[in-house]
Design a protein around this ligand. Structure first.
Ligand code: FAD
Length: 466
């Protein structure tokens, strides 16, 4: 079977490799010279490289003296930090190139558009084009930053995450519009490097879909980083003034007086939109919803039965690992297997410091659904390991079903939350109870003991250290 995969992000390249492993003849089409999509080039990987570098810098300035390590002069080579980030990106994207070769996947660098229900037109940068016939196509074209017109996004001083990942200077002042994951991660990077960061958010709190106790804990840490927050404000207009700075106008939701702010850069982090530009979806009768996301059924099949769609372009959790799982799912489905997707078990992580990670339902979502639950909590400051490393901020919350004790959600704000959450994902996958989690022997001293303690608190209010 001939498979055409459009897009080489985590959705597309996972789908292509799994299809090749299953014996299909696979062509992967990517419009840009570098493979890996948003995630490897302008998303997960470069942002984590900068988050790690900037956290080292911040720790060196503020976190070492308590350990008895006194540093007289800390200097920053911002160019080198950016260069290293780019090297990390290149190592990763080259890795994908190698994997394509190893799996005998034909990679074509071209803009793909549909020419019919089973035909693609591939247009290369030099203007030449070729046709590609497929038996099945997997659309994985991802997403792009969403910037309202009145924000006058110009990639110079009014920027998206893409530009924020490769600035040539450390701004004195930066305004971040939007207190979601991307705004808080990149705001943290620059705040740690000395930029005065102000976050302006329409809602009255950060990270709207995450647990409120955890996001409140994170807020405290971000405020200590001198990040300023303004909530309940709607940004009306942003404009660049000359070459030096930007003006931003915002008002209260109810339309009170409009305030003006100035900064060297404004980072617009107000979400992402599906990337379907140039695909000529109508020629293959592929339907989109009112927001432009490609519509699929429960098998991720579009309105054209020969075309499947995965990842950011179909909406849902816009996360790399969600796209990867969907890529593998479609490949296995095409091979006649019976794969499964577990949408409610996709972990979400915010790579600030402390990190915030969560899986399953929040209390707010359970209340909306009328599901009875109980909670157990444990603060990191009561944990020996956290005291040893001086990572005292945050808590773990385990939510379980009131009657059955099945774990319904786990939310962590604290050191290494991104890695800790996997214990919860694994247990929830096997429908474990909070008591099951509490009964597992956790190594001492580790951060993971906070999960055990919170589970003990949820199952029988028997946490040892609180
Ligand atoms: P993409 O990665 O967007 O890839 C789509 C590819 O399709 C692109 O390479 C594009 O060029 C190509 N393409 C589009 N149209 C065409 C066409 N017509 N012809 C040929 N090629 C085409 N997620 C996480 O899980 N963890 C994180 O830490 C994380 N951090 C992020 C940080 C930032 C700053 C950003 C912006 C995103 C982050 N994400 C993170 C989200 C993650 O990057 C996306 O969810 C993920 O990349 C989606 O994968 P995808 O395969 O659907 O699409």
């Amino acid at each position: 079977m001939k498979i055409g995969v459009i897009g080489s992000g985590p959705g597309g390249y996972f789908a292509a490799i799994r299809c090749a492993q299953l014996g299909f003849d696979v062509s992967l089409i990517e419009r840009y010279p570098s493979l890996g999509g948003t995630c490897l080039n302008v998303g997960c990987i470069p942002s984590k490289a900068l988050l790690d570098s900037s956290e080292h810098f911040h720790q060196l300035q503020t976190g070492f003296d308590i350990h008895g390590i006194l540093v007289d002069e800390v200097r920053l080579d911002f160019n080198k930090m950016m260069q290293r980030k780019q090297e990390v990106v290149t190592q990763n994207t080259k890795g994908i190139q190698y994997l394509m070769k190893k799996n005998k996947i034909k990679v074509i660098h071209a803009l793909a558009s549909f020419a019919g229900s089973r035909e693609l037109l591939l247009t290369k940068d030099d203007g030449s084009s070729e046709k590609l016939l497929f038996d099945k196509c997997i659309l994985a074209t991802g997403s792009k930053p969403h910037c309202p017109d009145s924000f006058n996004y110009n990639k110079q001083r009014i920027i998206s995450s893409t530009e924020a990942l490769c600035l040539k200077e450390i701004p004195k002042r930066m305004i971040v519009v939007g207190a979601g994951v991307i705004g808080l991660e990149l705001g943290s990077v620059y705040a740690r490097l000395g930029t005065k960061v102000k976050v302006i958010e329409y809602l009255d709190h950060i990270l709207p879909n995450m647990d409120r106790d955890c996001s409140n804990e994170l807020m405290k840490s971000l405020k200590r980083l001198n990040i300023d927050f303004q909530f309940g404000r709607s940004v009306a207009k942003i404009q660049q003034i000359g070459n030096s700075h930007v003006e931003l106008f915002h008002g209260a939701k109810e339309g009170s007086e409009s305030l003006k702010e100035e900064a060297e850069y404004v980072l617009v982090a107000t979400g992402r939109k599906p990337y379907t530009e140039g695909l000529s979806l109508n020629k293959a009768e592929i339907q989109t919803d009112e927001k432009g996301f490609i519509k699929t059924n429960q098998n991720l099949q579009t309105s054209n039965p020969n075309v499947y769609a995965i990842g950011d372009v179909i909406g849902g959790a816009m996360l790399a690992h969600k796209a990867e799982e969907e890529g593998v799912y479609v490949a296995e489905l095409l091979a006649g297997q019976k794969p499964e997707l577990h949408a409610h078990l996709i972990p979400q992580v915010v790579y600030t410091w402390p990190e915030l990670a969560s899986v399953g339902y929040t209390e707010a979502q359970l209340n909306e659904r009328g599901i009875q639950y109980k909670t157990g909590k444990f603060p990191f400051k009561a944990l020996g390991r956290a005291r040893a490393s001086n990572d005292l901020d945050g808590l773990v919350k385990v939510i379980s079903n009131e009657q059955t004790d099945e774990i319904l959600g786990v939310h962590i704000c604290g050191a290494r939350a991104a890695d800790l959450i996997m214990e919860a994902v694994a247990l929830m996958n096997f429908k474990a109870s909070a008591e099951d989690m509490a009964m597992l022997c956790h190594a001492h001293p580790t951060f993971s003991e906070a999960l055990k303690e919170a589970a003990m608190d949820a199952s029988a209010k028997r946490a040892i250290h609180t």
